[in-house]
Every structure is written in C-alpha cells, then in structure tokens.
Design a protein around this ligand. Structure first.
Ligand code: NDP
Length: 478
C-alpha cells in the first residue's frame, strides 16, 4: 500500500478534513493506496508557502539551484525501480515503460539544471551612445503546475524542472487518478536540498484544489497539461489577473504514408506510436492516411505487427497494459461502434481480450479499422485508447487537407523518401511538432507544444525555461 502525503512548506500534510482518495489498480481492481484529498484550503496554504520562499529562491544563483536539481535527479534514479512499480500499479502501463518514464524525468531535471545557467541577458549601446540597454530574465513568481494521469511523472518533471531552474517556486498538483509516483517524485526534490516552500505538493480534485491554484492571486504562472475543455476553463479563470499561461492540451495526430515511403518502417513506427501506452498519449497516432499505392502492403504489415502485441497486467512482460479507467475503455468502445455503424471495417481487435486474467481490469485489444472517414468520432475526437483508424488519399494536397482537418495541432507524422515531399509536408502540417520518418516529436532539446486547440506555450528546451521567465529592460544613462 502506498499512502503518500501532501508536502507544504517542506512538511508532510494530510487533508484538513481527513478526506482520502483510494487508488485502485486498473489491471485487477485491487487497492494500491490511499492519498489525502485536499481542497482549496491546502492549495492556499501551499501557495502561501511558495510565495514566502520565492524571494530567496529567485535570488539563489542558478548554479546552486542546479545542485538541488542534479541531486534530485540522482535520487530519482536510485528510486527508479520502486517508483516504476508505483506507476504500473496505479496507472497500468508496462513496468519497463514506467521505468523509462521515471528515468526520463531524472534526465529532465539534469537538463534544466544546466539550462537554468543559460538564462542569458543582453547588452546594447543606445543610438547616441549616451546610454546602455540591459535586458535581463527574471523568474515570474509562484507557478501552479497541474498535470494529467497518462505520464504522471514525466509531464510533471517538464514543469518542475523548468520552473525551479528559472527561479520560480511552485505548487504541483498531479491528477487524482495517478498521484502516487508523482508524489514520490516531488518528495525526492524536497529531500535533495530544496528549501521549504520551494516545491509544494497538493493532492485533491481539480475542481477545488486545482481551481484554487488557478484563481488565487498568489500564483503568477499556470502551467497546465490536460484536456482542451479544462484548458479553456483555466484560461478563462486566469484571465481576470492576466496570469502567464502554458496550456498543453489534447491532440489528434495524423500519420501520413506517401507512395515512395519505406512502408515496412512506416508500419512498424505507426503501430508503435498508435498502441504505446495503450494509445493514451497526447501524441498518439489518431488518424492514418495511406497513399492508395501502399495501402495493401501497409495494412498487411500493420495488422501482423499489432496482432503480435501482448496485452496484460503491466507487472508482466506485456506491450499493452489495461486502460487507466473504465471511462477510457467505454469511450474506446463507443468510438469503434460509431465507426462500424457508419461503414468502417474492423481489421483487428475491436473488443476486450477473453480470459480470466482480464476479467477484473480495463483491458482492450489493439484495434485497427479501415474505410473510415471524417464523419466518424474516431477521426474527429481524441479516443485516448488503442485504436488505429485508416483511410487513403490520392495526392499530397489531399493528405495535407485531411490531416489539417481537425481542431487540434499537437503532433503530425509523415513517411516519405522524397525530400520535396518531406519539406512540403513539414511546412504545411498545422502542428507544433512534425515527425518526418520519425514517430516521435519529443526531445529534451526541442520545444514541445501545440497549435490551435492543442494549446500554446512550449515545454522542454530553452523555450520551456522561457515560460517561467519575464524579460526586463534596464536602461542605464551615462
Ligand atoms: P484533465 O483536463 O481532466 O485533468 C488534468 C489535470 O487538471 C488533473 O490534475 C485535474 O485534476 C486538473 N483539473 C481538472 N479540472 C480542473 C480545474 N477546473 N482547475 C484546475 N485543474 C483542474 O485531463 P486528463 O488528466 O484526463 O488527461 C488527459 C488529457 O490530457 C488528454 O486530453 C490528453 O490529450 C491531454 N494531454 C496533453 C498533453 C500535451 O502535452 N499536450 C500530454 C498528455 C496529455 P483531477 O483529475 O485530479 O480532478
């Protein structure tokens, strides 16, 4: 049993009214742990602690801030095996993916530790030479960091690493669906020399604890990852105080395979990106567009490859764990039923796996549909489940038109061996990240974020650090 506590001003804290929230294993329904369920009061206390700690942390040198982050990264690596088990038990993902996520979060802390040292200033001489312009970057203030359940540690590390490196203090609020490993992550930073109040942890529902973090005058920056609908609410709630915002929201990534593509590697990459984390990724492949000429070969390879994926408890040697909740499974089923009722053809999966070992978890088989079109929910809404819908196109113009026909713009992928086609697609796809012959748009050194309803603001890279800094022009008369 894991029973983490909130961390406010460096101290472990329970909910003031004693409320707790039970976390059940999505593979078995068994109790994994109980976490305190805080609300507005705890969020306020955490913001107060962060406000008190801000002036000293902002004045701490980037080198000293880096020491804390590096130390935290080492501790997270030491705890990786234990934290990976927590992640798998609370959210279902296969253990090796959980371990990769935890180790990745340590790399993020190391990265921002060093990036914080490079918040360079500028120095220019005025036109007449009688003054100098100095431009400096200063931390915004207290940052509220609100994260979702699908990558609870990794996505939180993107925010915490950048915020602390920039000199902001912070209050982290992980999702109530997956708060255990995220709590261990924040605790590791607290144990690594972060002064009390620099990083606080509030556990509780978004509607109370999260809303307080957004609305309170004590937070100056909100960094949110989650659904577009929640993002819209947060933007409106933050508007009266014109708070600085980063919103990383939903996605509906297209995967285009051109006539000249290496079809084998495209099929492998597509299956991997569609079914990784059981499709519960904001950059998951949601819509596949195949050139007519490659349809047959691609489908055969993709069905073979996806058919070999093993489904089961994340504690076993599997490729797909259960979905995180029954709600996820229900939506997946509904999207498939809707597509089939409108003329789609089922090529693989389409149901829960059979067998006693699957009876208590939210398992679902990798599913491939073809003959889909844009009238179907599966092509318009984020399924967030293991479904790969496929349709065809005749030329690049049509592929781009179809790919861009969505309110989202987070990730897009295209496979081609033509340099002209690669540039054409890279320039026209309306998306914060484009993978050309690559099924990944996440890189520590590159900005990650959305266009359109996928949000705004960037995480990772030096752009991610900028999200926690304000520019100040200091004009010096001589
Ligand atoms: P939600 O929007 O439901 O929740 C995200 C976080 O916001 C949770 O911690 C939640 O708390 C909190 N929250 C909910 N309501 C409020 C509120 N009114 N004020 C403040 N905080 C609030 O998203 P999910 O957790 O369901 O995550 C899945 C979504 O995240 C998908 O749409 C996915 O595409 C998106 N996502 C986007 C990514 C990106 O980088 N663009 C990356 C990963 C996921 P609680 O749940 O505890 O109530």
């Amino acid at each position: 049993m894991y029973n983490p506590m909130m961390i406010i001003d460096g101290r472990p804290v329970l909910a003031s009214d004693g409320s707790v929230h039970k976390i059940l294993n999505p593979a078995t329904g068994e109790l994994v742990g109980e976490v305190p369920s805080g609300g507005r009061q705890e969020a306020h206390q955490a913001l107060t602690a962060a406000s008190r700690a801000f002036p000293a942390w902002a004045a701490t040198s980037p080198g000293k801030r880096a020491d804390v982050l590096h130390q935290a990264a080492s501790l997270v690596r030491e705890l990786a095996d234990e934290m990976a088990v927590m992640l798998t038990l609370e959210i279902g993902k296969p253990l090796r993916a959980s371990r990769r996520e935890v180790l990745g979060s340590a790399d993020v802390l190391d990265y921002f530790a060093e990036e914080g040292k490079r918040a360079f200033g500028e120095w220019t001489i005025s036109g007449a030479g009688k003054s100098r312009s100095l431009v400096i970057r200063q931390p915004i203030g207290v940052a509220a960091l609100i994260s979702p359940w699908n990558y609870p540690v990794d996505l939180l590390s993107w925010k915490v690493g950048a915020a602390l490196a920039a000199g902001c203090t912070a209050v982290a609020k992980p999702s109530s669906m997956a708060p255990i490993a995220a709590s261990a992550f924040i605790e590791a930073i607290n144990r690594s020399g972060a002064p009390p109040g620099v990083i606080n942890l509030v556990l509780g529902p978004g509607s109370t604890a999260g809303a307080e973090l957004v609305e309170s005058p004590l937070s100056q920056k909100i960094s949110f990852t989650g659904e577009s609908a929640t993002g819209r609410w947060i933007m409106a709630a933050a508007a009266p105080r014109l708070k600085r915002l980063s919103l990383e929201l939903g996605g509906s990534a297209p995967f285009i395979v051109c006539a000249d593509a290496d079809v084998k590697s495209a099929a492998e990459a597509c299956v991997q990106r569609a079914f990784n984390n059981a499709g519960q990724i904001c950059i998951s492949v949601n819509r596949v567009y195949l050139h007519h000429d490659v349809e047959e070969e691609f489908m055969e390879l993709a069905i073979q490859r996806a058919g070999r994926l093993r489904v089961g408890s994340g504690m076993e040697d599997v490729d797909l764990g259960p979905l995180a909740s029954e709600e996820q499974r229900k939506r997946t089923r509904e999207h498939i039923e809707d597509a089939l009722s409108r003329g789609a053809r089922l090529r693989l999966g389409g149901s829960e796996p059979e067998g006693e070992q699957y009876s208590r978890g939210h398992f679902f088989l990798p599913t491939i549909l073809d003959r889909v079109d844009h009238s179907m929910r599966v092509m318009r809404e984020e399924t967030f489940g293991p479904v790969m819908p496929v349709m065809t196109f005749k030329n690049l113009e049509e592929a781009v038109r179809l790919a861009n026909q969505t309110e989202y713009g987070l990730a897009a992928y295209a496979y081609t061996n033509s340099l002209d086609a690669a540039v054409y697609l890279a320039e026209r796809l309306e998306s914060g990240g484009v993978g050309i012959n690559s099924n990944n748009v996440v890189d520590l050194q590159a900005p990650f974020g959305g266009w359109k309803q996928s949000g705004f603001g960037r995480e990772l890279s030096h752009h991610g650090l900028e999200g926690y800094l304000e520019l100040k022009h200091v004009k010096i008369g001589l």
